[in-house]
Write a protein that binds this ligand. Sequence first.
Ligand SMILES: Cc1cc2nc3c(=O)[nH]c(=O)nc-3n(C[C@H](O)[C@H](O)[C@H](O)COP(=O)(O)OP(=O)(O)OC[C@H]3O[C@@H](n4cnc5c(N)ncnc54)[C@H](O)[C@@H]3O)c2cc1C
Length: 364
Amino acid sequence: MHVVIVGGGIVGMTLAAALATEPQTEVTLCERDVLGGGTTSASAAIFMTQQPRPEASDDAVRKLSWETYGPLVADGALSFEQVGRLTVAETNAYAADLRDAVEPLRELGYDAEWVDADALSKYGVAAADHEGALYTPEEGYFDVDELVEHFAAEARAAGAEIRTDEAVVDVQTDDAGVTAVETESAVVNADAVVNAAGPWATRVNDFVGVRTPLRHTVGPILVVEGADREVPFAVFESKRYVRPVGSDGAYVGKYLTDYADGEVRDPDAPTDVLDDFHDEAEAFLEASVPALTDTTVVDEWVGLRTVTPDGRPVVGESAVPGFYLAVGMSGQGVTLAPAVADVLSAQLTGGDHDLAEPMTPGRF
Ligand SMILES: Cc1cc2nc3c(=O)[nH]c(=O)nc-3n(C[C@H](O)[C@H](O)[C@H](O)COP(=O)(O)OP(=O)(O)OC[C@H]3O[C@@H](n4cnc5c(N)ncnc54)[C@H](O)[C@@H]3O)c2cc1C
């Protein structure tokens, strides 16, 4: 069985690493540019241990991902800064929701506590205009380059062929399904093809006429330096967030994952951080994260999240036999990638997977 994976971001790489260890499975990954240079390089790389209100199946997917990441963190193969997370309420209604989430989260096995507004300053967040926060100390962030390198090395060691600078320009099919991918320089026979092309996924779907409801949301990040104290990873109700970088810096970003906030964009069109976001970030930091008020922006970029109507990824075989999807990560691809790889590895090798159903392409 020869599987060709299109895309060498975190999703394609974790899949290549998992699949290459399966018996009688040959894996080729084609990346049009460099490994991890797409959305993955734009990521804040937080492992989102939980959502304030996880469904059981979503929680199981995250736990499955951690079954891959956790041992690698424990033995030092991957660095992980466990900084914890504050989910900050700006309205009474959201505060009530978050307070109610503490007990269910504990029942799912997480540390969780409610922090009153007047205790927020302990975490570097202003008390004024905030109604308190849910604190979950287990979350943290990876080094995204290290992640990609690690899984690329695992995949190669298990026998996968990784081709960079090799864009897939078409996928060939016959009546029984996919037969090959065509790259700029070769035709590669394939029993199965996996679309792991991140924000370019719709273009790869077009090669075989598959339709999946995918939109893009714009994710700007400003990197600031010169904070007068360390800041936490904090996600605010208004969808702005800060994530620490070292002891005196931070990412300041916007976390839009709703399908309604999305549109179909050209992922190759250059996108700069808009002046509006600079202004928004300045006002936000002044009001909400005073430790970052007098900082300097030293870097900035924009990444595209690929979002779906229900906020879950689209994973599994499409209507075209042998053409599989690993797309629509909805802003959580770093978190979900190993679980997605597990589900697809089972399916590609003829098995089933308990967690496949909520992510199945057939639900749309
Ligand atoms: C600003 C921002 C912050 C984020 N923060 C987090 C976070 O904290 N935690 C988290 O879990 N997630 C986060 N995410 C989401 C996460 O980064 C993505 O879900 C994840 O990186 C998607 O990985 P991917 O492999 O699917 O896509 P990508 O990394 O985009 O990889 C797709 C690859 O496919 C290649 N490709 C495309 N077309 C072709 C073709 N025709 N032939 C060959 N190759 C092709 C591209 O070059 C690219 O390298 C964030 C996203 C953004 C934008």
